[in-house]
Design a protein around this ligand. Structure first.
Ligand SMILES: NC(=O)C1=CN([C@@H]2O[C@H](COP(=O)(O)OP(=O)(O)OC[C@H]3O[C@@H](n4cnc5c(N)ncnc54)[C@H](OP(=O)(O)O)[C@@H]3O)[C@@H](O)[C@H]2O)C=CC1
Ligand SMILES: O=C1CO[C@H](CO)[C@@H](O)[C@@H]1O
Length: 320
């Protein structure tokens, strides 16, 4: 497929991002490498990764393979990774980013995000969820602004082109915006028909921050036929109208709301299908139907960090 017709969004720092990205959480080993190789062949130029996912080596191997084959140049592909919660102390941030680059076998990432606003005690690079004797996660208390200043240095060092955040609520984002030198280019948040987060999206748009949407398919599971909207007759009717799948309708819907969806798949057909959402347009009635699923039902709660003062989901933001 030609990538000419695929829309890109511009970040405020001048970098550009393809308006859909391949999610890689729970894509592991050979499955992950094959998924990324196939995605690049299909036309994806935006891959969402994280140190926490434990698959940066596989993603990097696939990207380097495609560069070697001459299918892409490094500058054609946008790679996001994320600082995990145990690396928040400012003095660990550069080390964490260099470790990620080493995993990828690349000299820079395009975007490095603070994965969550809360932090964990550091017990070693590979201890990603340190727990105490009661099995509770060991939370630490690093100020987001201190971590952000170290993130800004990564741009100066050329280790990442852009920096951003993930899972920041409106208060955390506003505080960061009021106190930063480099503004975040993105806030990556949960976004699917049942949980759109309209007000947070509006705040991001107002501040020229791109929203990337995770769990766009709400972790679709054909066996249990969840989430219900992928298997619901009303969405099937919309899909039939455009000769598309219900997943394509959902991804298109998020795109039309101004969100960059990050669907994960390791299935070749679904990887391709999820990318083919730029040749049709939903009408107002379709939007009205899809809006009825917005019940404000958050899927990812990160309850292990509920006691952190930086736990982001205490702020009750109306969802519509
Ligand atoms: N910043 C953060 O805190 C978070 C970021 N993320 C990022 O967002 C990405 C997407 O979220 P994720 O949690 O993976 O969930 P998704 O909503 O992308 O759902 C993935 C699931 O949907 C299935 N699926 C994919 N395509 C289709 C389709 N066309 N029809 C039916 N089922 C389908 C996949 O199965 P199969 O592989 O078999 O196709 C997989 O089981 C992550 O991979 C990660 O990169 C996710 C969570 C939190
Ligand atoms: O990126 C992520 C993938 O999903 C996890 C939950 O299942 C999240 O904790 C994490 O932030």
């Amino acid at each position: 497929m030609s990538t000419n017709k695929i829309p890109y969004l511009k970040h405020h720092d001048g970098t550009q991002i393809q308006a859909i990205g391949l999610g890689t959480y729970s894509s592991l080993g050979g499955d992950c490498e094959r998924a990324v190789l196939h995605a690049i062949d299909v036309g994806y130029r935006h891959i969402d990764c994280a140190y926490f996912y434990g698959n940066e080596s596989e993603v990097g191997a696939a990207v380097r393979q495609k560069i070697k084959e001459g299918v892409i140049k490094r500058e054609d592909i946008f790679i996001t990774s994320k600082l995990w919660n145990h690396f928040h102390e400012p003095e660990r941030v550069e080390h964490a980013c260099r470790k990620t680059l080493e995993n990828f076998g690349l000299e820079y990432v395009d975007l490095y995000l603070i994965h969550w606003p809360f932090s964990y005690v550091y017990r070693g690079d590979n201890v990603m969820t340190p727990t105490d004797e009661n099995g509770e996660v060991e939370l630490s208390d690093v100020d987001i602004l201190d971590t952000w200043r170290a993130m800004e240095k990564l741009v100066e060092l050329g280790l990442t082109k852009s920096i951003g955040v993930s899972n920041f609520n409106s208060e955390q984002l506003s505080r960061l915006l009021a106190n930063c030198t480099i503004k975040p280019v993105q806030n990556q948040i949960e976004c699917n028909p049942a949980f759109i987060q309209t007000q947070l999206i509006e705040l991001c748009k107002k501040n020229d921050i791109v929203v990337t949407g995770y769990c766009p398919l709400r972790r679709g599971n054909p066996a249990t036929r969840t989430p219900n909207y992928i298997y619901d007759a009303k969405v099937e009717a919309i899909a039939d109208k455009y000769r598309k799948s219900t997943a394509q309708v959902v991804l298109r819907y998020l795109f039309e709301l101004g969100v960059v969806p990050l669907p994960k798949s390791s299935n070749p057909q679904r990887i391709q299908d999820n990318f083919n959402i730029f040749d049709f347009k939903l009408d107002e009635l379709d939007h009205a139907v899809l809006q009825t699923y917005n019940t404000g039902d958050r899927l990812i709660l990160a309850k292990q960090a509920i006691k952190s003062k930086n736990y982001p989901f205490n702020v009750i933001v109306p969802f519509c």
